[in-house]
Design a protein around this ligand. Structure first.
Ligand code: NAG
Ligand code: NAG
Ligand code: NAG
Ligand code: NAG
Ligand code: NAG
Length: 475
């Protein structure tokens, strides 16, 4: 028994050396094919953490029909705020950005909203809808009382040669805004197409994940600190789990691991989760002759009526040797993964693995994740671990991530948004009416000359007399 143990440790050490060399050589930075970083309402480009956000005020800007938009600048920026958050573009009418797509596939879209007050206009008063390639991603959205940065992140399958982002004020007299936009090709293996469907039936699968529009609603670094875009391979933000972790048991530990994480042995690539996520965890540690029979549980608020993709990240940074850790994973109280044996998947310690689960919201407004001992768990060992959690909302059957109203209806609420369709339509109606009139006059001989009333023309809504109204850009 004892001999066996030291043999295992030796094998493990050799493996570590081999793979450490391997992973040093394979360190690479992700270079997306499509990458559009836009600083909205700014006249100059601005660099954040080495990433260049291009001004949308130049003639080649992807902003179309800029006539009803206003570039807006914070006159009193706080000294430590990022430059991209000191400007915004305001939309008084439906407006659109169209961004080139060179390579089809899943794209990440991030919209940055950082409200500020300037020249008597308060961006917190904005209320608007946002559509991305025909999906409603925000409806009646308002940053409201938060008065702080809101970054929305989406994953969308794109096989057209453009991504269209529409900003539509909630009603006439209202307005929309955005400070910055990111559109980036996602790494190829970031969104897998199949997930385990968690519904009490063990073998059910959900297929077609890559073709859903997804919104990141929670991205958590379990047991660790906040990870900023600067420290993430694909510029994501991970926040600590403190507000979501529910177990109060003192024997549950936070773990920190300072050595190298080994990517892509059985499990995840560096793009799926960074070192900063995998080298921290919470663990159930059975330190004596009895198994610590408790679950670690996290609870996440979610909107009702949607399906969610739940990605759980595991990396055994706690066991002293391979083959010792076995545990169960529960999502919304259902057994989602029985006797998870990380060693048999990754064949080494400190190597990441993730599992994707799909759940339908049970109308409780809370999505729960638990990890606890299984019947194969052992005494004196680690009997449960979790390193990271991502929860993504899936579009509903209306093609929306925010309500039951589809994109077509949102655009119809602003007839002028369809002016391209409306003008020929009105012209044809006009022509037919004229012909009918002429025929009528001919037959009845002008006894009752018709009085034409002017077709109603729309008076432009609010006039926001702030900022520079003279706009370059495409008409
Ligand atoms: C926005 O809110 C109004 C009033 O509650 C509602 O009638 C409308 O359908 C909503 N629009 C969208 C796109 O959700
Ligand atoms: C990135 O991580 C390093 C190491 O933990 C930390 O010192 C640094 O502050 C982080 N940078 C940012 C921008 O979060
Ligand atoms: C193991 O430790 C736990 C917590 O301290 C305690 O409740 C339990 O009685 C211990 N079991 C044994 C067999 O000593
Ligand atoms: C952990 O949670 C699951 C699902 O709610 C439950 O079935 C199981 O009994 C719990 N285990 C412990 C040790 O409480
Ligand atoms: C999401 O939208 C697509 C159409 O774009 C649709 O095929 C799919 O069924 C929707 N997803 C869900 C879960 O309803």
């Amino acid at each position: 028994m004892e001999e066996n143990h030291s043999l295992k440790t030796l094998t493990f050490s050799l493996l570590i050396v081999t793979f450490s060399l391997f992973s040093t050589l394979s360190l690479s930075t992700f270079a997306p094919t499509d990458s559009h970083l836009i600083s909205c309402g700014s006249t100059v480009d601005t660099t954040v953490d080495g990433r260049r956000f291009i001004s949308d005020s130049n003639p080649n800007s992807p902003l179309l029909s800029s006539t009803h938009t206003i570039p807006f600048t914070n006159q009193n920026p706080s000294p430590n705020s990022l430059q991209i958050y000191n400007t915004a573009r305001i939309f008084k009418k439906p407006s659109k950005y169209a961004l080139d797509v060179k390579e089809p596939g899943v794209h990440m879209v991030r919209l940055h909203f950082h409200p500020f007050v300037s020249s008597n206009l308060d961006l917190n008063d904005a209320q608007f809808h946002v559509l991305v390639n025909g999906y409603v991603v925000l409806s009646n959205f308002s940053v409201g009382k938060v008065r702080d940065l809101v970054v929305k992140e989406y994953f969308l399958w794109v096989d057209s040669d453009k991504i269209a982002i529409n900003f539509v004020p909630a009603k006439k007299g209202n307005f929309g805004f955005v400070n910055a936009i990111e559109v980036i090709s996602a790494p190829k293996d970031l969104i897998a197409d199949v997930g385990f469907l968690v519904n009490g039936n063990k073998d059910d699968k959900f297929e077609g994940l890559t073709k859903q529009a997804l919104e990141t609603v929670h991205r958590i670094n379990v047991g660790g600190p906040k990870v900023t875009p600067f420290n993430d391979t694909v510029w994501r933000t991970w926040i600590p789990d403190d507000g979501f972790f529910k177990s109060g048991d003192d024997l549950l530990k936070r773990m920190y691991f300072s050595a190298r994480i080994h990517y892509k042995i059985g499990g995840a690539s560096r793009e799926v989760g960074p070192d900063f996520v995998y080298n921290t965890a919470r663990v159930i540690s059975s330190t004596n002759g009895s198994i610590l029979n408790v679950n670690m549980t996290w609870e996440f608020p979610v909107d009702e009526g949607y399906k969610y993709l739940v990605r759980l990240h595991f990396c055994d940074i706690a066991s002293i040797s391979l083959g010792l850790i076995h545990f169960n994973v529960y999502v919304n109280g259902y057994l989602a993964y029985e006797d998870l044996d990380l060693s048999s998947i990754t064949y080494m310690l400190a190597s990441p693995f993730y599992a994707d689960f799909v759940v339908v919201d049970d109308s409780s407004g809370v999505l729960s994740v638990s990890v606890g001992p299984s019947k194969k768990s052992r005494t004196y060992e680690v009997d449960g671990i979790l390193n990271g959690v991502e929860i993504m909302k899936m579009n509903n059957s209306a093609g929306s991530l925010d309500g039951k109203i589809c994109a077509g209806m949102v655009l119809k609420s602003w007839p002028r948004a369809n002016i391209g369709v409306l003008v020929p339509f009105v012209a044809v109606v006009f022509l037919l009416l004229s012909l009918a009139m002429i025929m009528h006059w001919r037959t009845v001989g002008m006894r009752n000359p018709a009085t034409w009333s002017k077709l109603p023309t729309e008076v432009p809504g609010v006039s926001l007399n702030h900022g520079n109204q003279h706009l370059p850009g495409k008409a």
